[in-house]
Design a protein around this ligand. Structure first.
Ligand code: GH3
Ligand code: MG
Ligand code: MG
Ligand code: MG
Length: 324
């Protein structure tokens, strides 16, 4: 814990240093003017750090006086946490008020009384340790805040919305399908699922670029969601260019009709797609519909797999169509 003694009286400074070293085992460094002190404290340099725990500062110094030096030290980021004890002679007691106003925490009077000097130094160093601890806590709190923000961001990602299209994400779909499956089982009502896949979307990205691909996904998602009217219907992004719709309390006829409206909603967007060098083509979707009244020994996997299978048939039959 180095202590910086600032006094232009070199003999006195050395005497003080000896006492601090001998009496308290402190490490001491000396400066004989405010300027020298600032240099030692790193306040004049751009990237120095002050590893000084206490400054003992004489009032009368050549150039900048001790009180002004104390004021400057206290207003500097590197110096604001360092306690300053002002050294006064018997003839400059009137400076005490100014010294405290400048941010000094204590004073010692020449000639020094050893016991009082050591007690004041110990007290100032204790204060410094408390300040350091508080700063460290503040730093830890700041780091904790950052970690919390990162965790929040993760939570957002894990939550229910797909970032790109702003429709529900796959996680939300999985939760909802389980709930709706249970509800349909209890109520013995039909539950339908529509799997949707954009046709020739790899080619779309290749021709128009990934950015345009993302725009297309957003437009398609918007068109699809505009078709669904019932509050419990759910549209989710299932994967890259795949979407899925859950239709509770909907039989196969109703579901096929919704699927046809979805297909049509994308068709009328008329997003150009020059697939396989053919002009006049546009972005379309293929759909697969499946419906069942859930039984006790079943789970949603069966429903999803059947919709997937129907979608595959739509692709196989030439795309831009509904199977189911
Ligand atoms: P098919 O008609 O048989 O479905 O052909 P396809 O090209 O659509 O099928 P495939 O599964 O081979 O390609 C899907 C493409 O979707 C590949 C991938 O580059 C693109 N894709 C997936 N997710 C995204 C995305 O978030 N943004 C963009 N721009 N493209 C995506
Ligand atoms: Mg696909
Ligand atoms: Mg595909
Ligand atoms: Mg596709």
């Amino acid at each position: 814990m180095p202590i910086l003694v600032v006094d232009d009286d070199k003999d006195l400074a050395r005497l003080l240093a000896l006492r601090l070293q001998g009496g308290g085992g402190y490490e001491v460094c000396l400066a004989h003017s405010a300027r020298e002190a600032f240099e030692r404290l790193g306040i004049l340099a751009t990237e120095a750090s002050a590893n000084i725990d206490l400054v003992l500062m004489d009032v009368k110094l050549p150039g900048i006086n001790g009180i002004e030096a104390c004021r400057r030290l206290k207003s500097h980021p590197l110096g604001q946490d360092i306690p300053v004890i002002i050294i006064t002679g018997h003839d400059d007691q009137e400076n005490l008020e100014a010294a405290f106003d400048a941010g000094a925490i204590d004073y010692v009077t020449k000639p020094f009384d050893n016991v009082s000097l050591m007690a004041r130094v110990r007290s100032a160093l204790r204060l410094k340790r408390e300040i350091d601890t508080r700063r460290q806590r503040e730093q830890e709190l700041l780091e904790l805040t950052h970690q919390l923000e990162a965790a929040n961001e993760q939570l957002r990602q894990l939550s229910s919305l797909d970032e790109l299209t702003r429709v529900a994400n796959r996680r939300k779909f999985k939760m909802t399908i389980r709930q709706e499956f249970q509800r349909a089982m209890r109520n013995k009502t039909p539950l339908s699922v529509i799997m949707i896949d954009i046709d020739n979307f790899k080619a779309y990205n290749d021709i128009y670029g990934h950015q345009a691909g993302d725009d297309c996904l957003r437009q398609v998602a918007k068109a699809l969601s505009s078709v669904l009217k019932r509050p419990n219907d759910l549209l989710a992004r299932y994967g890259g260019e795949e979407f899925v719709v859950i239709l509770p309390e909907t039989g196969s006829k109703g579901a096929r009709s919704v699927a046809e409206s979805l297909r049509r909603a994308v068709e009328i967007l008329k997003i150009p797609h020059r697939y396989a060098s053919q002009d006049g083509l546009q972005v379309t979707i293929s759909l697969g519909v499946s419906t069942l009244v859930p039984q006790h020994d079943e789970d949603p996997t069966k429903l999803i797999a059947a919709a997937d299978q129907a979608l595959y048939q739509s692709k196989h039959a030439g795309r831009n169509r509904v199977t189911g």
